[in-house]
Design a protein around this ligand. Structure first.
Ligand code: ATP
Length: 199
């Protein structure tokens, strides 16, 4: 599974629509300080559902939208699409390519799509779970991340190994099932109350 392309439009320092294509093997992004190298990895984090503005190096989510320069007006939205090769079916979808798109308007309205279809953020998180690109994945190692992993609690460190071993999906499903069970139990209690009132 490899990253095939990344399309940015109105994201941080990229006001115009641009498409970066990645070949197999190693890709290095080089450029002067402040030219937007880190903004590219921010775009990858963002399109995969990142919700932490701190991880995106901003104060509020709107900061990902091109804010304008002396020469250009600000943009009204930011949009990023990532296309991943899925010929090995590492993502549980029956298609050779998976494109995920995230769009955010200045009004705060946002949308997520998978292969053009509107989805919820939850669907994106579930799709990437156990692929190594999951929310607590290890696919993007930012500055200071290694030190953070070494000094983190063993339970937090375990999450990284669980994502790599492909079991975080099962832990997530177990928690979801437990929530449903708790809900069903509450409903049963309520039903018993009503029954005893009727009797
Ligand atoms: P370095 O090599 O110093 O780490 P870099 O190439 O990684 O730099 P980035 O941090 O990716 O650079 O980009 C910083 C630039 O992005 C700054 O010039 C900043 O003004 C610009 N930038 C960030 N957010 C926005 C935004 N919302 N609108 C316009 N420009 C932005």
């Amino acid at each position: 599974m490899h990253l095939k392309s990344l399309e940015l439009h109105g994201f941080k320092s990229f006001p115009d629509k641009i498409k970066l294509t990645f070949n197999k093997g190693l890709t290095a992004v080089v450029g002067p300080n402040g030219s937007g190298k880190s903004n590219i990895s921010d775009a990858i984090r963002w399109v995969m559902g990142e919700q932490s503005t701190k991880n995106l190096r901003g104060a509020k989510m709107e900061d990902v939208i091109f804010g304008g320069t002396q020469m250009r007006k600000p943009q009204g939205f930011a949009q990023v699409s990532i296309t991943i090769d899925n010929s090995e079916r590492r993502i549980d979808m029956d298609c050779d390519e998976v494109t995920v798109t995230r769009k955010l308007y200045r009004s705060g309205e946002s949308e997520y799509r998978i292969n053009g279809n509107h989805v919820r953020l939850k669907d994106i998180h579930e799709m990437f779970m156990d692929t190594g690109l999951g929310r607590d994945g290890y696919s993007i190692i930012g500055q200071g991340k290694i030190a953070e992993i070494i000094s983190s609690k063993s339970t937090q460190r375990r999450e990284i190994f669980e994502e790599a071993a492909g079991i975080s999906k099962y832990r997530y499903r177990k928690a979801e099932a437990q929530k449903q069970l708790d809900l069903a139990y509450e409903n049963l209690l309520r039903l018993r109350d009503i029954l005893s009132e009727l009797e």
